[in-house]
Design a protein around this ligand. Structure first.
Ligand code: C2E
Ligand code: CA
Ligand code: CA
Length: 559
């Protein structure tokens, strides 16, 4: 110590030169606090990146503390307090702090307190390392990554006696590839960053969020319970189910989740993540935007999905073996006459028997097989319709389309060719697409919709009321028909809201030239109400369940 002091003295180094050389040789932020005057000197990069008033700052410690993320403040101030109380001379904490871009970044803050002979603090100096620059933090989101998550989980697993529960909430953004496909990666990254930053604000003190791969995040929640983790998901859910804006673009992005309890579900990090992923996938299969706790049964259903995917693939390769269509009649409300049908896909398999489309369509979609099967669906429905117009010249066939099909460049030419090959006038088909894709994909699908409508093909928005669109948006949608989802009908008799909701939707649609179909009408009471509300067409078990081609012909055309 004395030796160094002597050398520095002999070298007669100007403290300014010394300071300048040190600051210039590091990317870290450097600070010096004169504890007697409570005035600090901070490096130029620190002033550039953080909201502090100048290089020379009075009262830096509380000012800096203000920028620290709310839930990390305790940690930061506790370390300062311990120094002031003389418990330690060392400051060594990691926390998140808000930079000038209003984003929270992870930093590692180290410093040392020098005291005079009486123990009174005179100088506090140190460096703040931006962990993002050290490869520990993900640049896109500003969060710690997988390795850090594993380290922390391992620490919990290594505690000899764990009294408190800890869990992992694995989050996956729903349809994130769609956000990327429809916009670009830069926009996708912006969405990820916004999500990460916003979720941090709702996290309780004992929870930390990490970025895993792609659109997946893990929240490690210590000293918690199943209920508390579920409550946390509900908060995130509420945040997600709003319209968001990034770079001037409006978007929707919900999140699904899977939950595992550390120790209870497994004592092994890799298994915990595997199980959480399994629970997350279950949430996605249930229709996304929901949360599932891991149970051993989920492994079984995952195996089932994988096996079904394999068998679907084999069916497709074997000339669509096992696939067939049923047709559900659509009645016009004027004469209650059947003048159309919706083609509904079915799949029968030797091992699994009859599998519901609610189960196998999402598997076709996630495996990409829907594009090939979608062509088969279209061809079959068009062929059937071509036959049926011989019985009923104005007959219309509704065909369900997945958004993945529409994203393919050859979709419109394929529809055109199929109609041409079968000599069917385009006015005889309606393409149905689920509501949730309308709003978010409207810009990307705009050209496809326009080309289809230019060909005189009508477009129906399916399952209205289950997605994001608001009444205000209806007028702008490129749809000719709105199909109101059956969830509204099932409660129609009891809830006045549903009646006035459906009534207003119908009124609004009519005012902009959109016709309305009501799905899921099961009995004559419901029919009466729906007719009174002014719907244009009706579909539901009241008329018929989906039936085979021959039954349809026999029932409706053999009079
Ligand atoms: P969706 O397009 O909303 O089809 C209507 C579903 O509601 C059908 O179920 C139909 O059987 C059922 N439904 C109709 N009326 C009533 C009623 O009065 N009461 C009740 N409880 N249900 C009624 P399904 O055939 O099981 O199809 C389920 C979903 O699978 C379809 O919902 C659609 O999203 C999808 N899907 C079916 N076929 C295809 C297809 O060819 N392509 C695509 N992409 N999706 C399809
Ligand atoms: Ca449909
Ligand atoms: Ca529907």
């Amino acid at each position: 110590m004395n030796e160094i002091r002597t050398i520095l003295h002999e070298l007669q180094i100007d403290p300014y030169i010394l300071y300048d050389a040190i600051v210039k040789s590091t990317d870290d932020y450097v600070y010096l606090v004169d504890m007697t005057l409570d005035v600090s000197l901070v490096s130029e990069n620190m002033l550039q990146d953080f909201d502090i008033p100048g290089r020379i700052v009075p009262g830096l410690v509380p000012l800096w503390g203000e920028l620290v993320l709310e839930k990390d403040k305790v940690r930061y101030f506790k370390s300062i307090e311990q120094m002031l109380e003389g418990i330690t001379d060392e400051h060594n904490v990691e926390y998140q702090i808000r930079n000038r871009k209003n984003e929270y970044v992870w930093v590692h803050c180290r410093g040392f307190l020098k005291r005079d002979d009486e123990g009174k603090p005179i100088l506090f100096a140190g460096v703040v390392t931006n962990l993002g620059d050290k490869g520990k933090v993900d640049h896109v989101t500003g969060l710690f990554m997988q390795t850090e998550c594993e380290k922390q989980v391992q620490l919990i697993l290594n505690q000899p006696s764990r009294n408190e529960q800890s869990g992992i909430l694995l989050l996956g953004l729903d349809d994130f590839t769609r956000i990327n496909d429809l916009n670009n990666h830069i926009f996708g990254n912006l969405v990820l960053r916004q999500f990460a930053q916003e979720i941090q604000q709702v996290l309780p003190d004992d929870a930390v969020i990490y970025r895993l791969d792609g659109d997946q995040f893990a929240i490690l929640y210590e000293n918690t319970s199943r209920q508390m983790i579920d409550d946390l998901y509900q908060k995130i859910h509420a945040y997600c189910n709003r319209q968001h804006k990034a770079d001037g673009t409006l978007y929707f992005c919900t999140a699904s989740a899977g939950i595992v309890m550390i120790g209870e579900d497994s004592d092994n990090y890799l298994d915990l993540i595997k199980y959480a992923t399994c629970a997350l996938e279950a949430s996605k299969h249930k229709g996304k935007n929901s949360c599932t706790f891991f149970t051993k049964n989920l492994i079984k259903s995952k195996l089932r999905s994988l096996e079904i995917a394999d068998n679907l693939q084999t069916s497709v390769l074997n000339n669509f073996e096992g696939f067939y269509q049923l047709y559900q009649p659509l009645a016009s409300s004027k004469a209650l006459k059947i003048d159309g049908a919706e083609a509904l896909l079915r799949w029968h398999n030797e091992k699994f028997g009859e599998v519901s489309p609610v189960e196998f369509i999402p598997i076709l979609e996630s495996s990409g097989l829907i594009v090939t099967v979608g062509k088969w669906i279209l061809e079959h429905a068009v062929k059937t319709c071509r036959k049926w117009i011989a019985y009923s010249p104005d007959f219309i066939m509704n065909i369900n389309i997945s958004y993945l099909q529409m994203l393919h460049n050859d979709f419109v030419p394929f529809v055109k060719k199929t109609l041409d090959d079968n000599g069917l006038d385009p006015k005889h088909i309606v393409l149905e697409m689920t509501e949730s894709y309308f709003v978010t994909d409207m810009i990307a699908l705009k050209d496809t919709f326009r080309e289809l409508r230019d060909m005189n093909i009508k477009i129906a928005m399916d399952d209205f009321g289950t997605g994001y669109s608001s009444l205000g948006l209806l007028a702008q949608l490129p749809a000719d028909i709105i199909k109101i989802d059956r969830i509204f009908i099932s409660a129609l008799k009891d809830i006045a809201f549903n009646r006035s909701f459906i009534g207003s939707v119908i009124e609004l649609c009519h005012s902009v030239g959109i016709t309305v179909c009501i799905e899921g009408v099961e009995d004559s009471d419901e029919l009466k109400i729906v007719l009174n509300l002014g719907a244009d067409s009706i579909q539901g078990f009241y008329f018929s369940k989906p039936i085979s081609e021959s039954d349809f012909v026999q029932r409706y055309f053999n009079s």
